[in-house]
Ligand binder design. Sequence first.
Ligand code: ADP
Ligand code: MG
Length: 329
Amino acid sequence: MDEFALIRKHFRGLTPPGDDVVLGIGDDCALLVPPPGEELAVTTDTLAAGHFEPKVKAEDLGWKSLAVSLSDLAAMGARPRWFVLALTLPPELAADPAWLEGFARGLKAMADQGCIALVGGDTTAGPLSVTITALGTIPAGRALRRSCAKPGDRVCVTGTLGDAALALQLGLATQCARFDPAREFLKNRLNRPTPRLVTGRELRGLAHAAVDLSDGLAGDLQHILEESWVGAEIETDKLPMSEAFERLSPAASRLPLQAAGGDDYELCVCLPPEALAEARRKLSQPLTEIGRITREPGLRWLDAQGRVIDADLRAFNHFPAPAAPAAQP
Ligand code: ADP
Ligand code: MG
């Protein structure tokens, strides 16, 4: 099958185009109509071979490739509208209809859940890599940014933290586990994250700042602190955990998994105390308060007694600094 037949068979017609698509897949460009008075939110993410388990199911890869971009749109409070897909395929996968069908099925399931339309892309041969650029819209001036957190704001997160990191540590990504609901739950949290799209939009006008948790709380919250010129204290005993996480993680390994594990795709938001009360009434999903923003810079982790924990919690980094050479005697 050539490239054009592959696009026609698997991607053209994958998602129903809405009124905001004048022209979708098939021409040199897509033609799109943003609603008047709204700003465009644009984000791009690549999942490259090496960045995920080689044996991960095609369907899960399709889902997650789009989910990570939708999570960025959620963090800005944007409504998803359109995405383009740059797909690089090794010849054996391009010639494998079952793989392509699985990938397209996972992609469509996430697209339908996020109400977003596939409007174009690019298909090339090479080592497996999936790049998705997603576009959303936000009423002008109402986006949630990283740069507006204020001292006194409460730091909150959606959902639970550490599930995906624990799944990875337990090697569940590609395991067809004997049926165990806890392991199955963790595996799904890793392979099929749920972007918090509705909550992101509901937080517009309530939250001062937001970020989605892709690399781990330690690193992602640090972005808010740097952009907003503030610090934070996090009460480690308040970090929300799922039942499965609690059952399958030894207590000593919980903090690194929850604070630095990554792949949660939850939202971390900073709200003034009065907005938090309103958010609790209005949001369709609960928020857990985990700490507060401080004038003093830096990120401090506190134990249940309020003492600072001396822990080296580092987020996932694609380009870690090389280890420092041993000191010369
Ligand atoms: P061009 O060479 O003009 O860039 P292509 O031949 O690469 O166009 O693609 C033909 C059409 O198919 C375009 O509309 C493009 O956006 C779309 N397309 C290509 N690859 C994909 C893909 N993986 N998913 C969705 N649409 C795609
Ligand atoms: Mg062209």
